[in-house]
Write a protein that binds this ligand. Sequence first.
Ligand code: NAP
Length: 238
Amino acid sequence: MCHAGAVNDRTTDATTSRASIGILGGTGPAGSGLAARLASIGHSVTIGSRSADRASATRDELAERWPDIGDLLAGGDNAAASDADIVVIATPWDGAAAVAQENADLLDGKIVISMANALVRVNKEFQPLVPPRGSVAAHVQAAVPRCRLVAAFHHLPAAELGEIDHPIDSDVLICGDDPEAVREVSAMVDGIPGCRPLDAGQLSNATAIEAFTAVLLQLNVRYKTRVAPRLTGISDAS
Ligand SMILES: NC(=O)c1ccc[n+]([C@@H]2O[C@H](COP(=O)([O-])OP(=O)(O)OC[C@H]3O[C@@H](n4cnc5c(N)ncnc54)[C@H](OP(=O)(O)O)[C@@H]3O)[C@@H](O)[C@H]2O)c1
């Protein structure tokens, strides 16, 4: 059970001024975990899906588990989620550009966050893949050229995102070609207890950020845990 104070005392008074968030593919572990986490810091979140019914069911499951954030959550199809101020793509890598393109009219001019990683698991080994244009994020940017693409959240384990009564102890590497969009996403990440946003440069660095996820997943297997990155040597990340 989540209690209001435990969700996030830092942010509850700012709810109305917060950007609304839509999550394409929000019915999966990553998207639903992020939905709960962002609602816990005061964002209203629309969980998107190819099926509005599935999205509503995911919304209801989250609201049942975390009643304090129920009012901030909605479910709808991916178009409904694309109507939000900021849109996150949380589909498998090979569906990301297509789902963005299907909703391109709604995404034009908006900040679109890609958290998708191009990976394949072969037996016990995670291997990074190289999608068109070098990263999922760059592929999405090419599919919707007028959106303000930011790559973020690749390394946060879904289960940790969804446990909103605990902080997430992690750095969040963020990159993109629109500095103001990177700043806005960084401010959002900074509101998540335990998370430190780090400006990781241009969108071209999404290739390395996405591929590094394969390393983290391999560490999870090897050490039977859920790792998240924390970098040393940066004392002031502002
Ligand atoms: N799992 C993690 O810990 C984690 C952490 C960070 C980042 N990520 C990244 O986040 C993304 C989502 O991860 P996940 O584990 O939540 O994935 P997932 O469960 O496989 O997929 C998420 C949702 O995407 C939708 N979807 C599936 N195939 C699709 C397609 N071809 N086109 C459009 N939508 C499709 C499905 O929703 P509907 O059927 O309802 O439409 C599904 O519930 C991945 O790219 C992953 O690399 C995952």
